[in-house]
Design a protein around this ligand. Structure first.
Ligand code: ADP
Ligand code: MG
Length: 131
């Protein structure tokens, strides 16, 4: 997902270019906006964390780009491409190092396992939206 801060800063094109250059293929993609309820559902795993309220408010604050990406070793390679959660700790050349504002407003989301990638893909896309 390209998060609201990165959409707001006109970074969609730059982020997609980095994804394509790194060898990720788009299977599904949409420009949409989450309600607070849907953002809360997407991040339900973090509901006990102190930043959950802030996260839900931020993720429903503006439009996002959701995508399913395909590549060998996609989860690990995408996490490496986006960099650490906190852009101050993200390695140079990563998406978050280049585009993220802060630990909360950190430009992109990447699934943390194949299982969660499947769940998150179902969250956004029907089977008629995948090619
Ligand atoms: P990641 O997105 O790198 O997998 P997490 O799963 O730990 O990171 O957290 C989910 C999202 O919650 C982060 O991408 C970020 O937007 C937000 N977040 C994480 N930690 C904090 C924090 N300490 N304060 C504010 N927001 C946070
Ligand atoms: Mg995570």
């Amino acid at each position: 997902m390209i998060k609201p801060d990165a959409v707001q800063s006109n970074s969609i094109g730059g982020i997609l270019e980095m994804m394509n250059t790194a060898g990720f293929r788009v299977i599904a993609m949409k420009y949409t906006k989450l309600t607070a309820e849907l953002a809360g559902e997407f991040y339900a795993v973090h509901s006990a964390r102190p930043f959950y309220g802030e996260l839900v408010e931020y993720m429903s604050s503006g439009p996002i780009v959701a995508a399913i990406l395909e590549k060998e070793n996609a989860v690990a390679d995408f996490r490496a491409l986006i960099g650490a959660t906190d852009p101050a700790e993200a390695a140079e050349g990563t998406i978050r190092s280049r585009f993220a504002e802060s630990k909360a407003k950190n430009a992109v989301h990447g699934s943390d396992s194949d299982e969660n990638a499947a769940v998150e893909g179902e969250f956004f896309f029907s089977k008629f939206e995948r090619f």
